[in-house]
Design a protein. Structure first.
Length: 588
């Protein structure tokens, strides 16, 4: 093999791996987050887990991606260890689809149908369609499809280049001697495992083996142990991803390794024991890409069927291997493994941000009780909530910054931007509920009591702010634009209530019906309420912005304020939360 053939082989390998990477990324972008959420929610039993693991892996073309995702699910507590075992078994089956696609490269025959299925026929067509979709369209979905097609075309071209570069050496004595060495079951298994561990993809290593087999240069005796080893080597990705994770996440990665090792050992013991007794004559014959795909699939399907009844024993084995440890916090769902599937990572952030919103509601309710009748227990809980909201903002903010550095589509990029704004608003709301506690303390310490009229007026404003919080949380959690559109008109009413209440209280002070201390406490109270409603309006505007794909929030809101529906809502809320005995905002 001369230097030019060597360069051609490595160049073909580089194109093959790059094509697989591009195709895989395109598949993940094209709904990868939705498939991850399906995988998360629909694994109630082992059989469903196997089915979903196989389907998701077949779609994203990577068992490593699926197992890393599963390790992340287990680490965050979303998925139980027992569920993960079935999914990873399914992933072993799903990954065989790639080998079947690559086996097309060895289609023989000169008929029209056979020629249509040959890569040299359809690969250029896919490449042209892919580049047109990438360059001539603005749609993220179409660009992702283009990347899938281009990736597959590059992958197939790289495979053909590799195969062509080694065509001459397949008949050489040195190459034949090397292949005889690899036909040793133990050595072949080690070579397959090491190769796959280096490139971290069993699909890629099986594809390389298929490329080398084109033209009949590799025997069954050489290929079979290498295929077994490739199944073991792919575990390295999940093991690396479990470093620094929870005990259960490490167990999930270890379960994947045990499944692969036990499967390979069982197969080799049974197969080579039978070979001693029967002497399989086909072992010394040449293998082709199709037979490699068949063996790869049969091995994974049969091993899954054999091990499925023993999943409980596998779980016990990994629990013995890795002892119990401390539980992870709820922030564990912000697992960096999910950054590989950005759409799903965004949904995880939405889940935590919604939890954060409900902390606001809880604090607001407790604060009203505390102002009405001071409670040390409520005081403590509100401050704890405020500190918790700070933790949420720090954890979510840091994760969202990392997420924004990923290759996001337009929708996910907008969601990340909105989330960064929303979590800041939710945190500010808890700050103002804490201000309400300080007001409650001052009211207690100075023995301040509001008049009956003042209490009635505050109750109206509290009810309005309570409704605006509920509207905001529901709109945010459901991404409901219709609900979000109701927030800003109600916020306008709350602003007017604050002005009216302040004017009324000033008049009572001037008339000597309330003290300066009462005035300060009252003003602090209504100011905190109004600030909470302001931040609710910010969140609602962000929801509208996301769905309108319009980043100019101020222009959107300015336009809406002149809308008849907006004015009608303002009138409805104004009537619902009207102050008693009011003329031009001044109490009679």
């Amino acid at each position: 093999m001369n230097i030019f053939q060597l360069l051609s082989m490595f160049g073909g390998l580089a194109l093959f791996l790059y094509g697989m990477e591009v195709m895989g990324n395109g598949l993940k972008q094209h709904g990868g987050g939705k498939r991850a959420m399906i995988l998360e929610k629909l694994t109630p039993n082992k059989f469903m887990g196997i089915l979903l693991g196989a389907v998701v892996t077949a779609v994203v073309q990577s068992s490593s991606a699926t197992t890393v995702m599963v390790v992340g699910f287990v680490n965050s507590g979303i998925m139980k260890l027992a569920q993960s075992i079935g999914v990873m078994m399914g992933a072993n089956i799903g990954t065989t689809v790639t080998a079947w696609l690559l086996s097309l490269s060895d289609i023989q025959g000169g008929s029209m149908i056979a020629n249509l299925f040959k890569p040299e026929t359809f690969t250029p067509i896919l490449a042209v369609i892919g580049i047109v979709l990438i360059m001539a369209t603005e749609s993220d979905k179409k660009k992702n499809i283009g990347n899938i097609l281009i990736g597959f075309a590059v992958l197939m071209f790289g495979m053909e280049t590799m195969s062509a570069s080694v065509a001459d050496i397949k008949s050489s004595e040195q190459f034949a001697h090397m292949l005889v060495m690899f036909s040793n079951p133990v050595l072949g298994l080690i070579v397959g495992a090491v190769l796959t561990a280096i490139i971290q993809s069993s699909s890629a290593s099986v594809g390389i083996l298929q490329a080398l087999s084109i033209g009949g240069g590799i025997s069954f005796a050489t290929a079979i142990p290498i295929i077994m080893g490739e199944n073991i080597g792919t575990c390295i990705t999940a093991i690396i991803s479990s470093i620094g994770a929870s005990k259960n996440a490490k167990r999930a990665a270890m379960a994947n390794l045990y499944i692969k090792i036990i499967s390979a050992v069982l197969f080799m013991v049974v197969f080579y024991s039978l070979n001693v007794l029967i002497k399989f004559s086909f072992l010394e014959t040449s293998i082709n890409p199709l037979y490699i795909a068949i063996i790869h699939t049969l091995f994974n399907v049969v091993s899954t069927m054999v091990l499925l009844p023993f999943t409980n024993l596998i779980e016990k084995l990994v629990r013995i291997t890795i002892k119990e440890g401390a539980e992870k916090s709820e922030f564990a769902i912000l697992d960096e493994r999910f950054l590989r599937t950005p759409s799903f990572a965004v949904e995880q952030c939405m889940t935590l941000a919604t939890n954060m919103a409900y902390i606001v509601k809880d604090s607001f309710t407790l604060a009203q009780e505390c102002v009405a009748k001071y409670s040390e227990k409520n005081d403590k809980k509100i401050i704890e909530n405020e500190n918790m909201a700070d933790e949420y903002e720090d954890a979510l903010g840091g994760y969202l910054v990392k997420l924004s550095a990923q290759n996001l589509n337009m929708v996910d990029s907008q969601k990340v931007s909105i989330l960064l704004h929303a979590i800041s608003d939710f945190e500010k709301m808890t700050d103002y509920t804490a201000d309400l506690v300080f007001t409650a303390r001052e009211k207690r310490d100075k023995d301040v009591h509001f008049s009956e009229k003042a209490r009635q007026e505050i109750t109206i404003m509290v009810n309005a702010v309570g409704e605006i919080i509920d509207l905001t949380i529901n709109a945010f959690s459901k991404n409901d634009v219709e609900l979000a559109n109701k927030v800003e008109p109600l916020e306008d009413v709350v602003d007017r209530l604050r002005t009216d209440l302040k004017n009324r209280h000033i008049k009572r002070m001037q008339e000597g019906r309330c003290s300066v201390n009462q005035g300060f406490v009252f003003t602090d109270y209504i100011s905190a309420l109004e600030k909470i409603s302001d931040h609710c309006a910010n969140v609602a505007a962000a929801i509208i912005e996301l769905n309108d794909e319009n980043y100019d929030v101020h222009n959107v809101m300015s336009h809406r304020r002149n809308n008849d529906d907006y004015k009608e809502l303002c009138a409805v809320y104004g009537k619902k939360y009207a102050l008693p005995f009011s003329v031009s905002g001044i109490e009679q």
